[in-house]
Design a protein around this ligand. Sequence first.
Ligand SMILES: [Fe+2]
Length: 298
Amino acid sequence: MTTTSPTTARSTVQAFFDPRTWTVSYVLWCRATRRAALIDPVLDFDMKSGRTSTASADAMEAYVREHGLQVEWILETHAHADHLSAAYHLRERLGGRIAIGAKIRQVQAVFKKIYNLERGFLPDGSQFDHLFEDGEVFKIGELEVTALWVPGHTPADMAYLVDGAVFVGDTLFMPDVGTARADFPGGDAQQLYQSVRRLLALPPETTVYVCHDYPPAGRAPQWQTTVAAQRQENIHVHDGIDEATFVARRQARDATLDVPTLILPSLQVNVRAGQLPPAEDDGVRYLKLPLNVLGRAA
Ligand SMILES: [Fe+2]
C-alpha cells in the first residue's frame, strides 16, 4: 500500500506501508537533483516456511526507477525487531550507503552474545557504510538532513530531520497509539521520554513521519502527523505528562506486551545491515532461535 506523495518545493516523500508488520518505509527525494534516501525498507519474511521475499522492496525499487532517482542513502532508524531489513538487498539493486546510529555497536554486542554469532562478526558497525553521531548533518542532493540520537526504544535509535519534517522511527507513533515500547535489551523508558521531548521541542508545524502504525479498530493506517498534534493529543506523552508518570505507565504497559513475533529472525539479520547470515557448508543460510533467552518464563 502506498499513498500520494506529500511534496514541498524541495522534497517529495513517498510512503510504503507493509500491512504484515505494520511498518512504514519511505522514499525521500530532493526535487532539484532527484537524489534519494530509502528509509527503513522491509525484507518480507514468512516465518512458517522460512522464505524471504523482496515484494515490498521491489515496490520501492520500482518507484525509484520510475521517477529516475539516484539513491544516495539507505537510512535505518534502528535495528528493527519486527521485520527484516531490505537495506542490503536494495543497496545491491540501487546503490547508496547504508547508515544507522553509531550506538548500533552496543546493540550488535548484545545480540552477538544472544545468538552466539560467528567469531568473524565484529560488533564494530563495520557492516554499515556509515554510522551517525548525534547532530551529524549530511546531504541528500541539496537537502540538508540532521541525524538526531533518540534512544530509549533501543540504545541506537536515530531520527532524521529534513526540510520541515522528521522521520521519528520507533519513538512516537500516531497520537492515538502513543509511543514505542522500551523493554528491549538496552531500552530505557526514561531515555525514551527525554528523546520524545527533544522531538516535541521541534517547531510545532514540523511534519512527523512514524515507522509503524497499529491503528485502533475502525481507523485506517496513518503515518503522517505534526509536532503540534503530538503535543496536544499523544496518549502517552502529550504536554503535561511528566517523566515519572510516563515511565510508570510505559513500564506497566511493556510488562503486558508479548515479545514481537519476528524479533529473533529480525535482529540477527538487522545487526548485519540486512545481510543474511553466511551460508553453511551445504550452501544454505540458517537463522538461529536461541532458546529460553528472551521474554519471561511461563
Ligand atoms: Fe522498533
